[in-house]
Design a protein around this ligand. Structure first.
Ligand SMILES: C[S@@+](CC[C@H](N)C(=O)[O-])C[C@H]1O[C@@H](n2cnc3c(N)ncnc32)[C@H](O)[C@@H]1O
Length: 441
């Protein structure tokens, strides 16, 4: 690994940014770092692997608390180390490719360890908890063939002062010009984003939908007055296909295989049949709402809650003709709190009047919150709906673990857990967890 950029002295006494330490690297932790210690102090090291001995340059060295460092030279390499598939995201480089030096199997093991650690430490699951036994992170179809590259249907770039497309240096506002973004899907790679000159400082978003051409947004506006929305299609193994309209800059699962993978996993976990009552919280443009509405049929009901008005407008269009799908706009916690206020005490009886909010009882609750997780108030409202199962889609293992701990203290158990590597070469991982009541009163 090149270390020319960092020539700081070996640290002795008080340390400063730029000092170089020799570190024995321990377990991976949340956020794409590994844990190391220097004279008792915790150092979060990037670009290293568990079991390695590295020379690492300090990138943050507060007098109190933990330090941060980038590995710049490997003294003892892990068997999982490979030549980085994206050197521009290496030490001192852009963020967003922090596992590019880890083999694909090594990335799965890394993510499994982070999830397991979070659920043990924060979720307070025992070492022998069945949901953790044998947990393996599943790969999206085609990722081995692609080497984990060219997987993203959405990327965001920033133009530097000379109008060259690039990305921010990790934990910095500085823009580093790039010549490629190897995680971007092929149609985006073919759009020649790096051969053009943009307005200095502009944000350039590229979207490669599953149905249609690449859409480019500059500072949120379509290039040359083009369209603002894209069409997405999700085809399941059983032949069913669902079509969606999604705002160009709006939320959509980013790995080209993620929508199908997650819909399949959610439907399997939810296991709802005709006539069921389902909540779909943080429902976005309706990725899960539409297939769930298909599963419950006209006799059932899917109540979806989403806070983003643009996503809600897309969802309205996407559930057109599915009268069993009922959309509620607003903050999930507020919508559910209002529902509880209206319907009386938490745990209102099944079959009570639906009113304006979600139906009081849900057989199944699906929730897919942002990184911060659902939080105590939302989890309480979910539990109060009396579901047989809760299908929790999580992009942050620590937040999932917090919400699992909360549910477990209130008589629910984590009954199954799957994890999917839908962000190869980064630390991100998606979980689908199922919680169920331990016993019915
Ligand atoms: C991880 S995305 C999931 C969307 C959808 N399930 C999907 O997979 O396409 C989370 C969604 O929650 C919405 N959201 C975030 N915080 C929210 C809140 N407090 N209340 C309501 N919606 C929220 C976001 O707008 C986003 O659409």
């Amino acid at each position: 690994m090149a270390s020319d950029a960092f020539t700081g002295p070996v640290a002795s006494g008080p340390a400063a940014v730029g000092d170089v330490l020799t570190l024995d690297v321990g377990a991976p932790v949340h956020g794409g770092h590994c844990l190391a210690r220097h004279e008792g102090r915790v150092v979060f090291v990037r670009h290293a692997l568990p079991g390695e001995r590295v020379r690492a340059v300090l990138t943050e060295a507060r007098r109190k608390g933990y330090w941060r460092a980038d590995a710049i030279e490997v003294l003892t390499a892990s068997p999982d180390r490979v030549d980085s598939v994206w050197p521009a995201a290496g030490p001192g480089g852009v963020g967003g490719g922090e596992l590019a030096h880890v083999s694909l199997p090594g990335q799965l093991a890394w993510k499994r360890d982070v999830i397991t650690d979070a659920l043990r430490r924060i979720g307070r699951l025992g070492d022998d908890h069945p949901a953790l036994a044998g947990l393996s992170v599943e790969r999206a179809p085609g990722d081995v063939e692609r080497g984990g590259l060219r997987t993203r249907s959405r990327i965001e770039l920033v133009a530097d002062g000379e109008g060259r497309a690039g990305m921010h240096r990790y934990r910095s506002h500085e823009v580093l010009a790039l010549t490629d973004m190897p995680l971007a899907a092929e149609p985006i790679a073919a759009a020649d984003l790096f051969g053009r000159t943009w307005r200095p400082g502009a944000t350039v978003e590229a979207v490669a939908p599953s149905d249609g051409e690449v859409l480019l947004l500059v500072d949120g506006e379509p290039l040359r007055g083009g369209r603002r929305n894209v069409r997405e299609r999700v085809r399941l193994a059983d032949g069913r296909e669902f079509a969606y309209r999604v705002a160009g800059g709006g939320f959509w699962q980013v790995h080209v295989e993620a929508p199908r993978t997650l819909v399949t996993a959610v439907l399997e976990a939810a296991a709802v049949g005709p006539g069921a009552a389902v909540w779909d919280l943080y429902s976005g443009a309706g990725l899960f709402t539409v297939p769930l509405a298909d599963e419950v049929g006209p006799e059932g009901r899917v109540d979806s809650v989403e806070g983003d008005t643009r996503a809600l407008a897309d969802a309205r269009r996407n559930v057109h003709g599915l009268d069993q799908a009922v959309l509620h706009g607003g903050d999930v916690a507020a919508v559910l709190a209002e529902r509880n206020g209206r319907n009386g005490a938490a745990g209102a009886a099944p079959g009570a009047g639906a009113g304006r909010g979600p139906a009081p009882h849900a057989d199944v609750v699906v929730l897919d919150p942002p990184r911060a997780g659902a939080g105590a108030a939302v989890m309480d409202a979910v539990l109060a709906a009396g579901p047989d199962r809760i299908v929790y889609v999580a992009c942050d293992p620590a937040a999932l673990a917090r919400d699992v701990a909360h549910a477990r203290e209130r008589g629910h158990e984590l009954v199954s857990l799957r994890a999917f590597d839908l962000f190869p070469h980064t630390h991100h991982v998606e979980c689908v967890a199922v919680l169920a009541p331990t016993k019915r009163g």
